[in-house]
Each structure stands twice: as C-alpha cells, then as structure tokens.
Design a protein around this ligand. Sequence first.
Ligand code: COA
Length: 252
Amino acid sequence: MTDHILTETADRLTTVTFNRPDKKNAITQDMYQAMADAVNAYATDEEARALMFTGNGDYFTSGNDLQDFATGPRGDGLPPVVQFLHAIKDCPKPLIAAVNGPAIGVGLTLTLHCDLVYAAGSATFAAPFVKLGLVPEAASSMLLPAIIGMAAANDVFMTGRSLTSEEALRMGLVSRVFEDGEFAGETGALAQLVANAAPNAMRHTKALVRTQNTEITECMTIEGEIFAAQLGSPEFGESVAAMMAKRPAVYK
Ligand code: COA
C-alpha cells in the first residue's frame, strides 16, 4: 500500500490522484502497482462509470521516478509499470486525464490512452525519453504521430521540448483547456457528466472510437524490448548521471 496514490469512488466517479507533490508526483513502482490495481478494479466495478487521473500540487506528474528507473524492476512477474500500461490500454470504460500541471514522460503517454484529456492553462506536455537515452513507451510512438502528425511528434520526441496546453489543444492532444482557477470545478463537473451517462452507450462509443487495440499491443511489445535494452545501456547511465550533476550529457 502507498499513500502516494489516492483512490476514491463517489457518485459513480473514481478519482485516482498522484499524491507525491514534494517529488513533483514522480511515479514509483509501488505507485504503478496501486494505479494498475485501481484501473483493474474500476474496469469490473459495475457501480463506477468513469475514472479520472489527476495530481496533487503543481504537477500532474514528472514521470517515472528516475531512481526507480535506474534500479530496475523488483521481483518476478510483470513489472507494475507494464501492468498499469496494459490496464489503461485494455480498460473498456471511460478514462479521463485532468492534467493540472506539467505532464512529463509517462504523464504525457498515459493521456494517449485516456478518452478525454482536460488541461489546466499552466499544464505542459513533454516526452523527454531520448534526452534520457530511452525511447517512447506505451505505444506512444504509434499513437502520438497518429494524433498530432509525424513532424510534430518528432519535435516532441526528438527534442524533448514541452508543449503548452494551448499548443496541445491546437494539435488535438487535449480535449479542452480551462484556466487554473476554474480547472478543478470544470473537470469535476465534466467527469461527473460522463459518470452519469448511459454506461453501455459509453462503452460501445469507446470501443467504436478506439479500433486498433491489437496494433497498440504489438507496438507496446516492440517498444518495451528496445526500452529495456536502452535502460541497460551506457547512454542511459550517462543521461541520468548528467541530469543529477546538472551538466550536459556527453555521448561517445
Ligand atoms: N524522479 C525522481 N525524482 C524527481 C523526479 C523524477 N522524475 N522529478 C522531480 N523529482 C524530485 C527532485 O529530485 C527533487 O527532489 P529533492 O527535493 O529531494 O531534491 C524534487 O522532485 C523537486 O524537483 P526539482 O528538480 O527540485 O524541481 P524543479 O522545479 O527545479 O524541476 C522538474 C522539476 C520536473 C523539471 C525536474 O525535477 C526534472 O526535470 N525531473 C526529471 C523529469 C524526467 O526526466 N522524468 C522522466 C521522464 S521519462
């Protein structure tokens, strides 16, 4: 159990909150496990009709905990991050991302598996995998170009730059943007609207809109193999060492 993930269900709406604000909501393996369990429980809970991810504090999430990345998976079985990514990919019910602040790495890529993505004015989106000597994950190498186009996706992946919420809205990565002061109220009301809607019509609509699940799974497998190899590479070691020392990385 970790209190870095808060899960609450009320009025048919499950809210999963990243609750590690002192670390900008960086996600550890324990947090991924709690998130995977929450999504799997929601998928089979007839009472819950919508699930919303959001963050406590000024960040949505700064992505995978860098220390955890370096340590690698613990124990046997499917790593918690993989369990979580498969849980959101396979969830037949609506998933909502309420992006209250910067969404880095998996913070961005999880939104690609959400059906509605709401962003606060101060939210930003970045996928700095290459900067870390890594590669895209969660089928984002397929989904991001499909949503925003290949040139824009390469700008995000290859430079690691941050998109503003307004840019993300123009690119189709985000459903709607609300001013910071109105964000919690507006997204809460919209999530409740989804939770109150006809559940079977909602599920069918999701299945109709998301048609390429097999391709997504294949893409995740290929990405996962390359990602794991890069995690063990000198490029990753140098990237993290440079980031910790706040110096530019130098690659051979
Ligand atoms: N993993 C582990 N710890 C993280 C983290 C991450 N992804 N992101 C932030 N933190 C921690 C910092 O180490 C720091 O901890 P400390 O107070 O014990 O020193 C704390 O959160 C606050 O971060 P800090 O860097 O001081 O705040 P900032 O406002 O200057 O910068 C970020 C915030 C998110 C821009 C910066 O921390 C960062 O670049 N983090 C790495 C993001 C990343 O590359 N994620 C992986 C994507 S694949």
